[in-house]
Each structure stands twice: as C-alpha cells, then as structure tokens.
Design a protein around this ligand. Structure first.
Ligand code: PGA
Length: 287
C-alpha cells in the first residue's frame, strides 16, 4: 500500500516537473482553434463489474437527467454488452472496448467488427493506451483496426496520448502526431465523420493526476492544428477531441470550458452513475 502510494506520488511529482518545463517552453504558443462538434462523453468501464454491479450502474445512469447538449457512449465489458443494451435507455449509446483488425475467423479470444455490427453496437474504442502497452498494439495496427471498423460500419473512438517519459522528454505532441498519422494514413477524409479522437495522457490514466485545463487545451489545440494541416481545416474543426485521464465530477466543469476540449473519455468515475451523469452535464460549460 505504502510503496504503491509512494510511487504514485513520485509519478505525480515527475509529471508536475515535466509540465512546468513544457509550460515554460510553450507559454507563448498556446494555439486556440476551437472545435464545432457536439460535446461527447464516453464511459470506459474497462474490465470491471459483475451482473449485479452492472445492473445497479444501469439503474443509476437511467435515473440521471442528461442534458440534450451531449452525446453519451458507454463501453461495458464485452460479456455484459447485451445485458447493458437491454437496460440502458436513451441517450446512452454503446461501445465495445476493442475489436479485431480484420474479418473474423481463427482468432481465439477476439471479437470482429462484423460481430459488433451484427449485435447493433455502434461504437468501438480503439488504441487505448492499456491495449497499446499491455497487448503490444502498435500505431500501425491501431490505424488498420480503425479503418476496418469504419468500413464495417462501426464508429471509432481512437485513443492517443504520451507516457510520462515521453512528456518529460518534450515529445508529447510528436508522439500524438505519430499516433494520429498512422490513422490518417489508413482512412479517408470522409471517414473522420465517424471518428472521435480521445487524448489520454498515459500518466493521467487511473492515477488521480489530471492534466490541468491549460495543459489539456494545449495538446488538444496542437492536435487540431495538426489535423487542419494534415487532413483538412473542415475535418479539424468538426472532429471531436475528448480528454481522458482522471476526469471526475469535481474537475469536469473547468476542463469543459476549454475551447478545444469537446468531451471526455472517463474510466474510474464512469463506474459511479451519479458522478458520470454530472460529467456528462458538464457539457453546459463547454464553449
Ligand atoms: P481514468 O481512465 O478516468 O480512470 O483515468 C480513463 C481511460 O482510461 O479512458
């Protein structure tokens, strides 16, 4: 416990120092572009839950009042998706947390995009940092998966984000751009209508260490500028860029005020119905 706490504190301290350095470097270069898409909040339930806890979560989500200004996407564990689909009411949409890179077949343990389509699952999260780091998914693999899912008719939440070491080395934007480029290389300009970008700094995921609104805004604006230059200004203004990494009911409103933050991808706090509803309703603070 204590060791875990100490190493968590160390991660936080290192992230703070890296921020301070980057902020000095970029202080005068914060680019504000502003997205025009509808605010969108995703709940990534990851590998959590039981039938019982998931039923309770669905009941709690259904009892919340969600503003009309937000699109909401919940991503339960695959084995519970059918159950959640039968319980969650509008406006909640469903996403899978992953799918295979091509047509199904002899791929033990995988789920194909065709299956998602067949099961009426409209969205899939691809390229989450946990899959990149734990399952060895490369930028290119995520690009191919994104294209295959889109061609099959499943919309994609595509995750990007730097590790602490990459941030400390001043590589944040380059890492994000390389991850995006691998997707851009696979998809058409039109495909971007069905892609949400989720910027999730790895050091902020599940650590309780959230990027400050300015730090998140800086990367979001950089990503949008890169999209403008490398895809098109039209796509750049329309594509929604979510922030993810320790978003909770207490920090969402301030993050939502940033012009290039078009929503959130929420892990831990999405398992608490009341907190998640509050995060969805932070759309009211969006500019
Ligand atoms: P977190 O996870 O909100 O628990 O940090 C975010 C994510 O991994 O999508």
């Amino acid at each position: 416990m204590r060791g875990g706490q100490a190493s968590n504190n160390l991660v936080k301290m290192r992230a703070q120092h890296a921020f301070a350095r980057e902020n000095r470097r970029h202080a005068s270069s914060l680019v504000v572009c502003a997205g025009t898409g509808k605010f969108v909040v995703g709940g990534n339930w990851k590998c959590n839950g039981t039938k019982d806890s998931i039923d309770k979560l669905c009941a709690s989500l259904n009892s919340g009042k969600i503003t009309a200004d937000v699109e909401v996407i919940c991503a339960p564990p695959m084995v519970y998706i059918d159950r959640v689909q039968s319980k969650l009411k509008a406006p909640y949409q469903i996403a899978a947390q992953n799918c295979w890179v091509s047509k199904g077949g002899a791929f033990t343990g995988e789920v194909s995009a065709e299956m998602l389509k067949d099961a009426n699952i409209p969205w899939v999260i691809l390229g989450h940092s946990e899959r990149r780091s734990l399952c060895g998914e490369t930028n290119e693999f995520v690009g191919l998966k994104t294209k295959y899912a889109l061609d099959t008719g499943v919309k994609v939440v595509a995750c990007i984000g730097e590790s602490l070491a990459q941030r400390e080395a001043g590589d944040t934007l380059n890492v994000c751009f390389a991850q995006l480029k691998a997707i851009v290389d696979c998809v058409t300009e039109k495909d971007w209508e069905n892609i949400i970008i989720a910027y999730e700094p790895v050091w902020a995921i599940g650590t309780g260490k959230v990027a400050t609104p300015d730090q998140a805004q800086e990367v979001h604006a950089g990503v949008r500028k890169w999209m403008s230059e490398n895809v098109s200004p039209d796509v750049a203004s329309k594509v929604r860029i979510q922030y993810g990494g320790s978003v909770n009911a207490g920090n969402c409103d301030e993050l939502a005020t940033k012009p290039d933050i078009d929503g959130f991808l929420v892990g831990g706090a999405s398992l608490d119905g009341e907190a998640f509803v509050k995060i969805c309703n932070s759309a009211a603070h969006s500019k």
